[in-house]
Ligand binder design. Sequence first.
Ligand code: NAG
Ligand code: NAG
Ligand code: NAG
Ligand code: NAG
Ligand code: NAG
Ligand code: NAG
Ligand code: NAG
Length: 214
Amino acid sequence: MASGNKPVLVTCVLMLICVTFSSGVETDISCLKAFKGAIEDPNNVLSTWDFSNLTPGFICRFIGVECWHPDEDRVLNINLADFRLKGMLPLGLANCTSMTGLNLSGNMLFGNIPNNISNMLPYLTSLDLSSNNFSGPIPRDLANCSFLNVIKLDNNRFSGQIPKELARLSRIREFSVANNSLRGQVPIFKNVNISAKSYAGNPGLCGGPLPRCK
Ligand SMILES: *[C@@H]1O[C@H](CO)[C@@H](O)[C@H](O)[C@H]1NC(C)=O
Ligand SMILES: *[C@@H]1O[C@H](CO)[C@@H](O)[C@H](O)[C@H]1NC(C)=O
Ligand SMILES: *[C@@H]1O[C@H](CO)[C@@H](O)[C@H](O)[C@H]1NC(C)=O
Ligand SMILES: *[C@@H]1O[C@H](CO)[C@@H](O)[C@H](O)[C@H]1NC(C)=O
Ligand SMILES: *[C@@H]1O[C@H](CO)[C@@H](O)[C@H](O)[C@H]1NC(C)=O
Ligand SMILES: *[C@@H]1O[C@H](CO)[C@@H](O)[C@H](O)[C@H]1NC(C)=O
Ligand SMILES: *[C@@H]1O[C@H](CO)[C@@H](O)[C@H](O)[C@H]1NC(C)=O
């Protein structure tokens, strides 16, 4: 009888260990669940994201997900370019609390960049939303994501002015907003010269490498 109970006990102990290990990073798991739940995925790329497994680091083997450490469920980057994904940027991404890179280039995503993006993803170093269908203004709050090196927003439908506050992003080395409907003065970054090509296809932009603003 006692020996019959042993596997149960072992299972319980293993489950406790798993639960303990994964609890610190529950947030990152819920981030990916929210992402999958909010995005239309005609090619079923995200159907391989299986949340029934609870081995520490299971999300690190999901397509498009990179973790800080392979056996810890803490998301470093999400790279899901060119998958025909459709939908709005899910607010639940905020639960990937230590994410540094988001690349959703070449999908069919739409809607605004949330105007509290810096509260959602404060550690972003690279944001690539190029070649989607995003619209609305580029939020001033993006300037509060102070670690940003790369911002690629080209080939969308962004409109309005580029917030001048972006110029205070001291680590920027790549910035592209080509092919949108932006207007007004371009930001003047201190440590890099952005070429006119990065601003092309926005008839209303001026300043910097473009003709002077009137
Ligand atoms: C983050 O995840 C928790 C559960 O882990 C959930 O209650 C909360 O609503 C999520 N936050 C966002 C912004 O989705
Ligand atoms: C995003 O992914 C695409 C496709 O893999 C790649 O060409 C592009 O360079 C990536 N963007 C960044 C900022 O690394
Ligand atoms: C972008 O949105 C427009 C208008 O809603 C639509 O006609 C177009 O097909 C969309 N393009 C992509 C790539 O999703
Ligand atoms: C961004 O920074 C400015 C200036 O410090 C602050 O007023 C603003 O509230 C910040 N935005 C968010 C969403 O925290
Ligand atoms: C961002 O703003 C939305 C409302 O626009 C709110 O629901 C969400 O909780 C905010 N996220 C963070 C991380 O502040
Ligand atoms: C802007 O759009 C044009 C026409 O679709 C394209 O040829 C060009 O490569 C785009 N520029 C950038 C920088 O993406
Ligand atoms: C930007 O261009 C100006 C004028 O050509 C030049 O003096 C400056 O050194 C350049 N800055 C960088 C960071 O390349």
